[in-house]
Write a protein that binds this ligand. Sequence first.
Ligand SMILES: Cc1cc2nc3c(=O)[nH]c(=O)nc-3n(C[C@H](O)[C@H](O)[C@H](O)COP(=O)(O)O)c2cc1C
Length: 339
Amino acid sequence: MSSMLFTPYEVRGVRFRNRIVMSPMCMYSCEKRDGKVTPWHITHYASRAAGGVGLIVLEATAVVPEGRISNEDLGVWSDEHISGLRDVADACRAAGARIGIQLAHAGRKSRADGRIVGPSAVPFDGTYRTPEEMSERDIAEAVAAFRDGVVRAKAAGFDVVEIHAAHGYLLNEFLSPLANRRTDGYGGSRENRFRMLGETILAVRAAWDGPLFVRLSLNEYAEGGNATEDFVYFAREAKALGADLIDCSSGGVVPARVEAYPGYQVPYAETIRREADIAVGAVGLIEEPAFAEHLIRAGRADLVFLGRELLRNPYWPQHAAKALKAELPIPKQYERGWT
Ligand SMILES: Cc1cc2nc3c(=O)[nH]c(=O)nc-3n(C[C@H](O)[C@H](O)[C@H](O)COP(=O)(O)O)c2cc1C
């Protein structure tokens, strides 16, 4: 039986050579605190591309300086970021991978210099600053910053855009009643809590006709947080506005202990795929090739996202192909003398 993990995946005319995705992971490597790509980023991402990953999603890349998680995060808030981002995209594509970027705003979880903002003046916990409650004008500016970010990502040649609306960062803060205490049109009902993400998807879509993913946290692990029906609503709305895939993560809105085990977030992906009728990515301690294969074959996910396992082993796809007796061509540069 041939592997399904190694079958290509196509979305909006963009073809990934297989279903393996490198999950976005911050590298905290902009030592000059300017959000610009460094040699580390190129080495790091391109080596996973050479290892055979189908799609690489760049780490949370801030759409405004105060939207960085740390001062060392990548940024896309100015045209000066485009050439470095193009270098990473080109290096990955030269090794056969498609390349995506995760556009992000850290909201109240920013530890970078500058103003800290959120839906409400409620800090994440005692170790974080208290955010300023965003005005409607602040919201409109943040939405416009996502749009400008996607215009720059397009100029840099990215194939896929992912909006980061998970892990308790700005867009997730608006979605969650645990962080959003507003009484205007951006808070209260789930329709209102979705409004900022909806406006962001629309703004991004107006500037981007390629594949669009949205990462959501599908369990808040706390009383009073969103429930399954809320998440299904968010995913359905995201799809209606033009999202192609929900990248199904969890947690991060409030401090909570999460018991993680292989595939612990897969049930959320299955629910969203079934109830919102949209493609999904599964993520979270997916390490065994046979398990990744099962997730695709059993229709539990369309793509598998790997994080730490790819940090340990950039050549995971090659090892997985061998284990699954699948075909994954090695980089052509390795072919001579490979007997
Ligand atoms: C070093 C590190 C940095 C991360 N940075 C991000 C990030 O920038 N954006 C994001 O959505 N998730 C981030 N994550 C979460 C991963 O994308 C992934 O969802 C998580 O690690 C679970 O998958 P894994 O068990 O395969 O590592 C990060 C994880 C790690 C380990």
